[in-house]
Design a protein around this ligand. Structure first.
Ligand code: PHE
Ligand code: ZN
Length: 876
């Protein structure tokens, strides 16, 4: 028998199961007291299996109440069941049907894996290893089978009965019970199984696929919330049409159902034909949801829908391959958002997210490759590296192959691997076969951790009209990976002449340049461009063509030149960010900017704001000053976050002071009384207005403007921004605004989350005491992941200087909370603990305070495997 240990699982040990599951029939009898699960699994040995090989099924905390093979109960000696599974000794050496029965207690399932109850609704979460908490099974993604699911439940408690696939039967079952039968014809791994039983409202719609088939769509929710589901439904229909247009992918079942639940460990789940969502990613109305919420809903609805092809029809061979479905599907949802709205604004948004969450992961103790090769707890690998860096790797593939070449590879992927559980190697192979290109160096992106650093130097020789550009790549060692291989880095670029327009050249030597793409494929490449009439300013990594850090030799004047003239909007934005980041970082180290430097940056911001060719959403991103966390990571080691925060505040004040009136006028001019719409144009204007408010409050003490905006706001975007901005600067008005917000929306849990987030981001010394009081309040919902993450996740991830307090109070608060949460929900606990990955880059006294907090957590508590693994990796 296997036991739950600290055991590490290695990719190199992968082997297929000796038995296949041919088909699955499940029968659920759901009652208030318990749920009975009967499973009939048709099983057969593989051709290569030796007779007498035991059948070992996974099980997690199940207790077996009956077992039979082909209808005959099993003798006690022929099987063994324990807390980790069920072993059948010498099963028949042919196809047979294994029948098991177990009873579950969904009510007390606080881990939210397997079958649990959320606000009365029975629902499931199986990815990655939750199905083994429902029945004994080969619970791994390479075991695919068609499922038929019958469920019986009290009509009054659960009038709605849903599972995967198509509904094939339903009816009365007597005694107040009713039943439904669902059949999913597509073989699937168990992690895609889902069941929902509850008293739910719904909205319905339909979609006609490109080949003319009708698909019935429904979104289920708590009664009374139906009106808040329309944005999700609209997003779903646009996603279905987009996947047909852009990737030729048509939906394959007669129905597509989405269910919103209040207790959920992640954002949402792509169960075949029955996506289950965290309700915060479904519900939207202008009074309670922000533009950012609307945007996330659209993105995640699309993401889960796109999984139907990238994840479900083609799935992962093992969990090491997670980014095969996640990186690819994030790439697809990013492309969807770009096509539906503004591509540059979306790109900036995605890169900002990558830099603020993935870069720190990749540069710290939790670094791992997009495809890791070992883990202790797979739940700890649903990371921003697997998702967001995974998407960047796919994006580089598309950059290298061009849009048509990439599409050709994707077509081949679907053709070759439909119905399979496959690997990253197979994914790369389709692009090699479709393009004839050797991608053996490219695949290293999947196998190696760490963010490459690219160093740039250049020179111009006027006499010979040659321009020389040298690019050098290095990757710092990451845990367990001391030596790094050079990567194939696509550098999209342009040269800009003194008058701001693009420059041409008539020849280039020293490396590979394909159109506007430099292939940096060696530790260092030096390119010589001939026929270059003037000294150019290089614009490199346009549209962020590779997930790297660049240390360029451009000075502030060059960067501000790019900010004005680059034809690539991403690099215009990035140049401004780089200038601010460098000024703050230098000042934090004691070298404050000169008046000239501040003046030049201020002027660039003013000109950007005034530029009629730029849209409001872009301007909002361009005038945002990088956060403390961003700058701290730029500094990289021995960071004193208080010094960074003070320098940042100083810069904002310096920049805003002389132009405060001008900004305030602009701010005032942007008010609109048009009825709320989440569309890109309106949302962009709100973003710009709130960006100005941010500058005015933090740089010119205009807390009064925040107060006024809070009071007069006609939508949640403006109201929340006003409160959060006031809270982050801890203005005199902030406590009253927080207090009003709390009571004004009492009873709405998703708005309560916003209050928790804003409260956690307050910078004053009282914040930890206030958070302790919030958690200790008798009515605080201690088992709900959204509430916990809103308070604690925001605290550890937002660069709060209270988290990194010199006296260690922030670290102690977090580790103590993690110990409590771990008893209820290990996944949520370990996620919060990852915030402690910041320790190695802090100055020694803070680092030590954090280490002591972690050691205390380790020695004083029995920890889950989830928390234990994260803790050990941070301490290592
Ligand atoms: N697979 C989900 C996604 O679309 C994420 C998820 C993982 C949800 C594990 C629940 C549990 O990204
Ligand atoms: Zn996903």
């Amino acid at each position: 028998m296997r036991t739950e240990t600290e055991q590490t699982i290695y990719l190199k040990d992968y082997a297929p199961t000796p038995y296949r599951i041919v088909s699955v029939e499940l029968d659920f009898r759901i009652l208030e007291e318990n749920t009975r699960v009967r499973a009939q699994l048709a099983i057969e040995p593989r051709d290569t299996t030796a007779p007498g090989t035991s059948l070992v099924l996974d099980g997690d905390g199940l207790s077996l109440s009956s077992i039979a093979i082909d209808g005959a109960p099993l003798a006690l000696a022929s099987y063994a069941a324990d807390d980790n599974g069920l072993t059948i000794v010498e099963p028949p050496f042919r196809r047979f049907v294994l029948e098991t029965e177990v009873f579950l207690k969904p009510e007390s399932n606080t881990k939210l894996m397997g079958l649990y109850r959320s606000s009365g609704t029975w629902c499931t979460q199986c990815e990655p290893e939750g199905f083994r908490r429902i029945t004994y099974y080969l619970d791994r993604p390479d075991v695919l089978a068609p499922f038929t699911v019958r469920m019986t439940a009290p009509q009054a408690l659960a009038p709605v009965l849903l599972s995967n696939g198509n509904p094939i039967d339903r009816g009365d079952a007597g005694d107040g019970m009713h039943y439904a039968v669902w059949q999913d014809p597509f073989p699937k791994p168990a992690y895609l199984f889902a069941l929902v039983a509850g008293d739910l409202g719904s909205i319905t719609d339909s979609f006609t696929t490109v080949s003319g088939r009708n698909v019935d769509l429904a979104i289920y929710c708590t009664h009374g919330k139906e009106a808040e589901c329309h944005h999700a439904m609209d997003s779903l229909k646009r996603s279905m049409a987009w996947d047909e247009r852009r990737f030729g992918r048509e939906y394959d079942l007669d129905v597509f159902n989405v269910v919103a639940v209040s207790d959920f460990n992640f954002g949402a789940m792509e169960n075949k034909g029955l996506n289950i969502f965290n309700d915060k990613l479904v519900f939207a109305q202008p009074e309670t949801a922000t533009d950012a919420n609307y945007h996330s809903i659209e993105r995640v609805i699309a993401h889960e829908y796109f999984h139907n092809w990238t994840g479900n029809r083609i799935t992962c061979r093992d969990w090491f391959q997670l980014c095969l479905k996640e990186g690819l599907t994030v790439y697809r949802d990013q492309e969807f958002s770009s096509d539906e709205h503004s591509r540059p604004v979306q790109r900036i948004h995605d890169v900002q997210n990558l830099r603020t969450s993935q870069f720190p992961e990749d540069g710290g103790p939790l670094a791992h490759p997009p495809r890791p090769d070992h883990y202790r707890e797979i739940n700890n690998f649903y990371t921003t590296t697997v998702y967001e860096k995974g998407a960047e790797v796919v994006r580089m593939l598309a950059t290298l192959l061009g849009e048509a070449g990439f599409r050709k590879g994707m077509d081949l992927y679907f053709e070759r691997h439909d119905g399979e559980a496959t690997t990253i190697e197979a994914f790369i192979k389709v692009f090699e076969d479709a393009s004839g290109r050797d991608l053996s160096q490219f695949i290293t992106w999947y196998l190696q951790a760490g963010t490459p650093q690219v160093t740039v130097s250049d020179s111009y020789d006027g006499a010979s009209q040659t321009y020389t550009l040298t690019l050098t790549q290095t990757v710092e060692p990451t845990p367990g990976e001391p030596d790094k291989k050079p990567l194939l880095i696509p550098v999209r670029f342009g040269l800009i002449g003194p008058n701001g327009s693009p420059m041409s050249w008539n020849g280039v030597s020293g490396g590979t340049v394909e159109g506007d793409l430099i292939l940096l494929d060696k530790p260092s490449v030096t390119l010589t461009f001939s026929g270059v009439a003037n000294k150019p300013v290089p614009s490199l990594f346009r549209a962020f063509s590779a997930p790297v850090k660049v240390s360029s030799n451009l000075d502030q004047a060059d960067l501000l030149f790019l900010a004005r003239h680059d034809s690539d909007p991403f690099n215009r934005w990035d140049a401004l960010q780089t200038v601010s980041t460098q000024l703050i970082a230098e000042a934090a180290r004691g070298r404050r900017w000169s008046d000239d430097d501040a003046h030049a940056l201020r002027q660039a911001l003013v000109d950007t704001l005034a530029n009629p060719d730029l849209d409001a959403a872009f301007k909002a991103q361009a005038i945002a000053i990088p956060g403390t966390g961003m700058v701290s990571r730029h500094i990289g080691k021995d960071v004193d976050p208080d010094a960074v925060s003070a320098a940042r505040k100083d810069l904002v004040t310096t920049l805003v002071g002389p132009i405060a009136d001008q900004l305030a006028e602009r701010y005032a001019a942007l008010v609109s009384d048009a009825p709320y719409s989440p569309d890109a144009a309106q949302a962009g204007e709100r973003a710009l207005r709130n960006g100005l408010l941010q500058l005015l409050v933090s740089g010119a003490g205009r807390g009064d403007l925040a107060q006024k905006q809070y009071e007069t706001a006609g939508n949640m975007t403006d109201r929340y921004a006003a409160m959060a901005i006031a809270a982050q600067s801890w203005t005199d008005e902030a406590p009253a605004l927080l207090g009003d917000f709390r009571t004004r929306f009492a009873g709405d849990p998703l708005v309560f989350d916003k209050w928790l987030t804003a409260s956690a981001q307050a910078p004053d010394d009282g914040v930890i005491e206030r958070m302790r009081a919030i958690l200790a309040a008798p009515d605080f919902p201690k088992t709900n992941p959204n509430r916990l993450r809103s308070l604690l996740g925001s605290f550890v991830m937002s660069g709060s200087t209270q988290f990194t307090r010199l006296d260690g109070a922030g670290f102690r608060f977090v580790t103590e909370a993690v110990a409590e949460i771990d008893k209820v929900n290990p996944q949520v606990a370990s996620r919060i603990l990852t915030g402690m990955r910041i320790l190695p880059m802090l100055e020694p006294r803070r680092r030590e305070a954090g280490r002591v907090a972690l050691e205390t957590l380790k020695s004083q508590h029995t920890l889950s495997r989830n928390v234990g693994e994260i803790l050990d990796r941070i301490l290592a």
